[in-house]
Design a protein around this ligand. Sequence first.
Ligand code: AMP
Ligand code: GLY
Length: 468
Amino acid sequence: MRFLVVGGGAREHAIARALVPAEAEVVVASANANPGLERIARRSARIDPTDAAKVVAFARDSGADIAVIGPEAPLAAGVADALRAAEIPTVGPDRDAAQIESSKLFCRELLTRHGVPGQPKWVAPLSVDEADSAAAGFGRPFVVKPSGLTAGKGVWVQGSDFTEAREGAAYAKTLLVQGGRVLLEERLEGEEFSLMAFVTDSGVYPMPAVQDFKRALEGDHGGNTGGMGSYSQRDHLLPFLSARDRDLALTILHRTVDALRAQGFRYRGILYGGFMLTATGPVLLEFNARFGDPEGINVLTLYEEGDFADLLAGVAQGRVDSNLVTFRPRATVVKYLVPPGYGGSVRPGGILTLDAKAIEAAGVHVVYGSVDIAGPGQVRLGSSRGVALVGEASAIYEAGARVESALRHVSGPYYVRHDIGTKEDLARRWEHVRRLRAPEAKPSPLPLSVAPPDAPPASHGIPEQLLG
Ligand code: AMP
Ligand code: GLY
């Protein structure tokens, strides 16, 4: 079977990597020449992935049987519609259904109309006057979100991105004046997690839960990014996420798919729920209509070798055998190497010297993102996330330690969040949720803010089995 992968980032490299052991052939349509994809692909074409006519022409010319769309922009541009019209079964919803991601307003209105649980208080002002009064009258801390796609970077959270309600109102008004719609949402407190599922005409098949690290800097400081790294746990839950909470989140996914169907939308692809685990349970932050980046890299690393082509083909055709949805019981940690300043004033162009063979020999995978080949063993960083290193082990902290030790095979000007997947960070998040849910309990031995870098090993109360 020949698969067309649309998109040229690390997520798409991870998709292609998972297809290769399934003896699928891969062809790629992307704007950039991703070194990892170039190595795997039978053919690749430099095409704007949102240009539906060119993508379809390449799909036909390269004899693709199935298409998989990686990023959100082609979905929002109707590339899946065009591929289906050309009778190429596609993983990824049509443009109308992809509004679940491309329009946060569409998403909140749909979920509210159908009474889907787990929604925050929200309002969508229509004018600058309404924005002023909505902000002034919100009555609790709020976030401001552009309704459209912003690659995770457009959301302003009161308390971290702005302080006073009037500053939030000013941002909302700027967005309105630029011609977009905007949402004010109750600021949720808790720990974020992502739950993705394969969606067919009749089923919703969940993947392991993942925690993404959105903020640019260690300790969750700095600006919001597409995601600096992520981890998943051996039992496919998370240290702070119980099976019950995961099941509540899964119910929200099911109810959302039901709501889409009730509105007449067919959905064949990946549905990604971004949740906040709050004191009262999971609340939906956003939906995406595709694999998360980096979260997709975690789960694709865990996919049982051999059947991924059949699974994706099934999703594209609207029906899968549930036995194909199996993930190895291992923990994973992904850390992105990014150009200095990423998440703020980024300084692209630095050259990384990277001994990929030594890294892979140490059991850590190298997944390429926004980089070009700069020479033998060298890549040039673009302005986005450059290279993802993926560690796998039985415990999250061990997988994180593997990635850290692989960093000795990389030199050059990059930034990485060393705190992702450390015992201290896991304990802090576990403790955060425990305190939220039992505020009267005795204070934690761990500060809720970031432990200083030279903090002694945490004498945390996190159960060992959660760390393992
Ligand atoms: P989104 O694009 O909606 O996922 O938002 C990007 C990031 O902004 C999320 O991952 C959260 O870190 C933050 N965020 C979004 N909505 C909220 C909310 N209602 N409360 C707190 N943080 C939020
Ligand atoms: N990591 C967040 C996203 O893929 O949107």
